[in-house]
Design a protein around this ligand. Structure first.
Ligand SMILES: Nc1ncnc2c1ncn2[C@@H]1O[C@H](CCC(=O)c2cccc(C(=O)O)c2)[C@@H](O)[C@H]1O
Ligand SMILES: [Zn+2]
Length: 390
């Protein structure tokens, strides 16, 4: 049962902020959990300003964030203006309403209307570079960006030009922002085995596969898209040295997560939200330290979960599962990674050290090389120690 924070002592903060100069308002570090939270542009989660400031400067890694899904309102409206035939609004304000979804199928329709805006290699490079800039602004040192190359090549973008565009943006982002990007190529499952074949070819043919590719996923609707059919494609991707990270249990039950584990040999699970309904699955995920890529606000925006307070993230932590925090499609869901950490702080009742642990979970669960992991974790520890120093 979630306790209401009564004040400083509850935050286990060794060095609480100075006494509140305005006794009539709640102390700065007090969780005000009476505020309604909406997934779409509602008030920021009632995490304290103190923790918000900590999160903003905390070095982070993001493992579950989509390429097209991260296109900022500015980028989307700029691309929409280039393509007047598109139904996507050209006004960033109108985009907020456009990015309000009645259900998951509606989300996919809107998502694909944005995919339709990405028509040239220049569009791809601009999008990728700007996404990296937005990540860097949130102190993201490392991100595994999920890209669906099939959706772009089938819309006429040349595959080699596509790979050149993302690689060019990746190298520019690393040298200009210090943000390391790696790619996950995912199969849009609803597009079936044709999409699976094309995706695994692009991911394993040394003549096209990009240097930054580390993992292989499966996205799109889960309903009516059973996971076992994709086993041969995941086998080929794994044989080529890629890590398996399919979405599962986002809009279907725990059996889809089991399928992702047993048939697709998942090393991490995208969402895994419905796992809480199967105690055996929770125990398996914990025992085999299979991380969940938890995207709290995404689950609300796509109606996979009714309210944040009902999100099963607490059950995952209680079961001993490795939980990572991610934003999925941040502008589409009216959020960003920092806001997702603030949501996690509220739902899990975390202080700075708890938030630093979450950030290190993501680094440990990433496919970055060991020296890179050590570097980011050391930075997280130094930042946290400096923040908490008297
Ligand atoms: N939370 C999410 N959960 C699941 N997926 C998510 C999530 N966020 C983003 N995605 C992405 O949505 C796309 C869906 C694309 C798709 O379904 C589709 C169907 C038929 C044809 C085509 C086409 O391209 O012709 C595409 C995937 O690329 C996936 O990476
Ligand atoms: Zn996703």
């Amino acid at each position: 049962m979630r306790r209401r924070h009564q004040g400083r002592g509850e935050l286990r903060n060794k060095h609480p902020p100075p006494p509140n100069p305005h006794p009539h308002n709640p102390p700065p570090n007090m969780f005000r959990i009476d505020q309604p939270i909406t997934a779409r542009g509602g008030p920021m989660p009632p995490t304290t300003d103190h923790l918000h400031a900590f999160i903003a400067g905390l070095p982070k890694a993001e493992l579950h964030v989509h390429h097209v899904g991260s296109a900022s309102p500015r980028i989307v409206s700029e691309l929409a203006a280039r393509h007047p035939d598109s139904k996507v609004p050209t006004d960033p304000e109108a985009l907020v309403d456009y990015f309000t979804f009645t259900d998951f199928a509606h989300f996919i329709d809107v998502y694909l209307s944005v995919v339709d805006l990405i028509r040239t290699p220049e569009d791809v490079r601009l999008l990728t570079y700007e996404v990296a800039r937005d990540l860097a602004r949130q102190q993201v040192r490392y991100a595994e960006l999920t890209i669906t190359p099939f959706s772009s090549t089938r819309r006429g973008i040349d595959e080699r030009a596509f790979m050149e565009a993302i690689e060019d943006a990746r190298k520019a982002a690393e040298s200009e922002f210090g943000t390391v990007l790696r790619w996950c190529f995912d199969i849009p499952g609803e597009a079936g085995l044709e999409a699976a074949e094309e995706t695994v070819r692009l991911a394993t043919d040394d003549r096209v596969r990009p240097e930054g590719l580390v993992s292989f996923g499966l996205g799109g609707p889960e309903i009516g898209v059973p996971r076992p059919q994709f086993t041969p494609y995941f086998d080929r991707a794994i044989a080529a040295g890629l890590h398996s990270v399919p979405h599962a249990g986002e809009t279907t039950g725990p059996e889809t997560v089991w399928d992702a584990l047993t048939h697709l040999r998942a090393e991490r699970i995208g969402h895994g939200t419905s796992s809480f309904r199967d105690p055996e699955l929770l125990a398996h995920l914990a025992e085999h330290r299979i991380p969940l890529e938890v995207c709290p606000t995404s689950n609300i925006a796509t109606r996979a979960v009714r309210t944040l307070d009902e999100h099963p993230i607490k059950e995952f932590v209680k079961a001993g599962i490795v939980v990572t925090i991610n934003s999925d499609d941040p502008p589409m869901f009216g959020t960003d990674l920092n806001s997702e950490y603030a949501v996690a702080a509220r739902l899990l009742e975390l202080d700075e050290e708890g938030l630093a642990r979450l950030a290190k979970n993501a680094v440990d669960a990433s496919f970055l090389d060991e020296p890179g992991k050590t570097r980011i974790k050391d930075e997280i520890d130094t930042y946290t120690a400096t923040w908490l120093a008297p």
